[in-house]
Design a protein around this ligand. Structure first.
Ligand code: G3I
Length: 328
């Protein structure tokens, strides 16, 4: 009998996993044993929920929410506003011209209100805005349809509409590369400026798509402290530890080397020890999957290259990393 992760961490934070309608079936054994928080990997994104204006398709998101609630798990809602996976109709009017701010906000409000109200009392927090900050350069915001049409205002409106739709849901800003100093400072600056304007941001999501060496432990610590200094809650929202460094594009490995497996275990050990130190502010640690038989990293950054980023292997057996995380 192996220990349940959520039991091991119950005094610290929730343990979560991202799922799809397929993985709630194929990985059900691990999910029901180890997690108490669920995120839809894709099925609550804009293009899934409202592919055509006014036509909402909730079936698959409902299935995921039902799975979570019937297994005593909470649901993290992901995500209401993103530059990716938003259907093109959102940005064009009937003549095919790019919309102005007013129409964009009208559509944004309709989307956010409809989605949040459907899951009121069922989804306990929302990644309201995802990845709006630019990775490089002097600009604070990423160039996207959203920022081109509405500057910073789309972020402010999204949080205001979300709070109006469900005053009890926790509202998060979520981003990646969150622990690298340059982007960390931009995310900090963005959330600080929102809070100064009394925009209701309750938390920051650190996606945590990390490798065996990067970001360093010290960079992660500094990011946690910097964000926590804003007085908001933190969630680790999309954790995975790639076996490959970010710039390693080779695709000839059939299985990870023993050295990689050991290094990953050591890395998970250090990371969870660090999270535990901050469990007064880190309230949820969600993996972007649960076992190595399915990960988005199998197609990123190299198409069809297998990766092994989780605590459980392709046969759902615990890896050395699992035992480290249970005992750190
Ligand atoms: O569903 C279609 C399928 O019908 C088609 O045959 C197939 C062919 O490529 O594509 C399938 O859609 C894919 C979808 O995932 C479902 O698997 C898309 O191509 C693919 O682009 C999409 O990728 C998702 C990605 O977001 C989109 O940018 C990943 O699964 C998902 O893990 C990833 O999640 C994001 C978070 O939302 C935000 N943070 C980063 C994270 C990783 O990129």
């Amino acid at each position: 009998m192996i220990p349940s992760l959520r039991e091991v961490y119950k005094e610290h934070f929730r343990i979560g996993a991202a799922v799809s309608p397929i993985t709630i079936k194929t990985q059900k054994d691990l999910l029901v044993s180890h997690v108490n928080s669920i995120t839809a990997e894709n099925h609550m994104k804009f293009e899934h929920l409202q592919p055509k204006e006014g036509e909402f398709t909730f079936e698959q998101a409902d299935e995921i929410v039902h799975f979570a609630l019937s297994n005593n798990m909470v649901v993290r809602g992901h995500t209401l506003v993103w530059h990716n996976q938003t259907p093109p109709w959102m940005f064009y009017d009937r003549e095919g011209k790019v919309v102005g701010k007013e129409l964009l906000f009208e559509r944004l409000k309709a989307h956010i209100s409809t989605v949040i109200q459907r899951y009121k009392g069922k989804v306990y927090c929302w990644d309201v805005v995802n990845e709006a900050v630019a990775d490089e350069g002097n600009d604070l915001l990423r160039i996207s349809r959203w920022s081109e049409i509405a500057g910073m205002e789309f972020i402010e409106k999204a949080f205001l509409y979300a709070r109006e739709a469900d005053p009890n849901a926790l509202l998060f800003y979520n981003d990646y590369n969150e622990s690298f100093p340059e982007k960390r400072e931009k995310i900090y600056k963005l959330v600080k400026s929102l809070l100064e304007k009394h925009i209701p941001v309750d938390g920051i999501g650190l996606q945590a798509h990390w490798s065996l060496t990067r970001p360093t432990l010290e960079e992660i610590r500094l990011a946690i402290e910097r964000y926590a200094s804003l007085g908001v809650q933190l969630h680790i929202t999309e954790l995975d530890i790639s076996m490959f460094e970010f710039d390693d594009h080779r695709n000839d490995l059939i299985k990870p080397t023993d050295q990689m497996v050991d290094k990953q275990a050591e890395r998970y050990d250090q990371i969870f020890s660090l999270f535990k130190e901050y469990s007064d502010v880190i309230r949820n640690v969600t993996f972007w999957g649960i076992a190595d038989d399915y990960t988005w990293l199998d197609n990123f950054p190299v198409k069809q290259r297998k990766n092994w980023p989780f605590l459980f292997d392709e046969n759902h057996q615990p890896k050395p990393a699992f035992w480290k995380v249970c005992t750190c």
